[in-house]
Design a binder for this molecule. Structure first.
Ligand SMILES: Cc1cc2nc3c(=O)[nH]c(=O)nc-3n(C[C@H](O)[C@H](O)[C@H](O)COP(=O)(O)OP(=O)(O)OC[C@H]3O[C@@H](n4cnc5c(N)ncnc54)[C@H](O)[C@@H]3O)c2cc1C
Length: 500
């Protein structure tokens, strides 16, 4: 089969899935005003893979069928493969200005990383390794849209999952000849509404105890599986906009977030990757070395997002000539440094790529970790800079619909700027409002803060990962050297004699 078209994707979502939004079940998600914008964005992304000028950049030939399949499924064997994959991700991310973080390439790369390391899963039973490999090949050959959910509901974060006062987290309640039965919830799955399949993997640390075992699993199920419910947060899409140009980002890129409820969901054995195995769960992203591959994807997203925010700021300041002011230039320079920082880290991660034990090549993790830790603050600051530059202009722009209304002359006259006619000014400032002020922007800021994990605990992980001994040795060696020199020249400064 290979790459699908947008139409095929949209048809595949009409599969009887149980999606709940604003207190009602959504039966026609492509036709629903709150969901159709992002559905069509998904379709556009799928169609791009077929475009004559993009097909070679976005796909490769399947090693098993010879069909064209998405490049995000490539198992990189060289730095060149990493660069090709980055180019594929860049094309989707630029099309969505970096605001559609969970476009399918995210999970494709994630799943590929796991499949390349199938022996890690196979350590507790060969079939688990075979299952992840077979699932990867199925997803690659059928261009499956995937989402994932890692985190248990927030009940009592001071207690491990097996000791929660209210037992809400998804757990294995039964094994049958057909598979495992799951009951309970997982807290967030972005894109679930637009995904065919749901990957359910571990992320929170689990105790290696009998009580923790029911929570120690990894599997994948179709979103329309009997008993699986998707409960969405309210949409950020404006329900009744005067003009589509008023909310150009939120109307297209609200990828949705949802809680997933498993009401005795049967997962067939062939889709189970980890079974009652806390040790396998803990650190699975590191041991498989899937993490650097995933970080490579989201840092490419970050670059597209930073470039978009910088471009937006450049355009805004020109319209009213505020780029003449030094503090404005300072803010614009801040945006430039964000862009160039992320770009440099991406290039560095590729230049220092490492061979994995699984026969693949992974980008070097440290430059990507650095972006992972710094980007949340950068993105929040980017939004702040857009607000500081746009000021009251962001609050004062009317709907683009006014150009078709009785006050058209007023609007054409009074919304001009020095270097911009009214239409351009209104379009631009509505775009800036959507990017930096709207509820869509608030959700984007929340996303950047947390989607890759809790920044506090991530800092701890990075600190513990980072190789520190040679740095401590450097300081102690320097002090020892100075001490010995001082002891040799007790009353004089400890400089070495100048050599003849
Ligand atoms: C917009 C958005 C989209 C997301 N999409 C997805 C998705 O598609 N798939 C997915 O799997 N996940 C997704 N996530 C979830 C994301 O992985 C989590 O938000 C993240 O891992 C943090 O976990 P938490 O939200 O449970 O926060 P909590 O763990 O509940 O933390 C809340 C606060 O308590 C503190 N805290 C809690 N426990 C501890 C502790 N043990 N030590 C120190 N401090 C602690 C934290 O520092 C934080 O300040 C998404 C999140 C957001 C916001």
């Amino acid at each position: 089969m290979g790459i699908r078209r947008g139409k095929e994707l949209l048809e595949s979502l009409d599969d009887g899935r149980e999606v709940w939004l604003d207190g009602e079940r959504v039966t026609d998600l492509v036709g629903d005003q709150r969901l159709s914008g992002a559905a069509h964005t998904m379709a556009e992304l799928y169609d791009m893979q077929h475009q004559n000028d993009l097909v070679d950049k976005m796909t490769f030939t399947s090693p098993s069928t010879g069909d064209r399949v998405g490049l995000s499924y490539i198992e990189p064997k060289s730095i060149d493969d990493l660069k090709r994959r980055r180019e594929m991700v860049r094309i989707w991310m630029e099309a969505t200005c970096g605001f559609f973080g969970r476009s399918p390439d995210f999970m494709n790369i994630h799943t590929t990383g796991f499949a390349s390391a199938q022996e890690v899963f196979g350590a507790s039973g060969e079939k688990f390794g075979q299952n992840i490999r077979a699932y990867y090949e199925h997803a690659r050959e059928n261009d499956v849209s995937m989402t994932h959910t890692l985190v248990n509901p927030q009940v009592d974060r001071s207690q491990p999952v097996e000791s929660q006062p209210k037992d809400l987290a998804a757990k294995i309640v039964k094994e049958t000849d057909e598979g495992i039965v799951i009951k309970g919830a997982r807290m967030v799955a972005t894109l679930a509404v637009y995904a065919n399949d749901l990957m359910v993997m571990p992320s929170n640390y689990l105790q290696n105890s009998e009580d923790a075992m029911p929570y120690a699993f990894g599997f994948n199920v179709p979103v329309n599986t009997q008993g699986l419910r998707v409960i969405c947060r309210p949409s950020t899409v404006h329900r009744d906009p005067g003009s589509w140009l008023d909310n150009p980002l939120s109307s297209r890129f609200d990828e949705t977030d949802a809680m997933i409820i498993f009401d005795n969901v049967l997962v067939p054995w062939e889709r189970v990757f980890i079974h009652r195995d806390p040790e396998m769960c803990n650190g699975i992203f590191m041991r498989t070395q899937a993490m650097p591959q995933i970080m490579h994807q989201f840092c490419t997203k970050n670059l597209a997002k930073a470039e978009f925010m910088m471009a937006l700021a450049f355009t805004m300041v020109r319209s009213t000539n505020i780029d003449k002011f030094q503090h404005v230039q300072e803010k614009l320079t801040e945006l430039i440094t964000f862009v160039e920082f992320v770009r440099s880290c991406l290039i560095a991660s590729e230049a220092q790529a490492v061979q994995t034990p699984f026969g693949t090549v992974a980008p070097h993790d440290m430059p990507l970790w650095t972006v992972r830790m710094m980007f949340p603050k950068m993105f929040v600051r980017m939004c702040e800079i857009i607000q500081l530059l746009g000021a009251g202009g962001l609050a004062g722009v009317p709907s683009y619909a006014e150009f078709a209304g009785p006050r058209r002359e007023d609007i054409e006259t009074y919304y001009q700027a020095a270097n911009s006619d009214s239409r351009s000014r209104v379009k631009l400032f509505r775009l800036a409002y959507d990017a930096a002020v709207s509820s869509f922007s608030g959700r984007q800021q929340l996303y950047e803060r947390f989607y890759t994990g809790d920044p506090v605990r991530l800092s701890g992980t990075l600190y513990n990962l980072y190789s520190k001994d040679e740095h401590v040795d450097r300081i102690t060696t320097m002090l020892d050297d100075l001490e010995s020199r001082v002891n040799d020249h007790l009353s004089t400064p400890p400089f070495l004699p100048v050599q003849e």
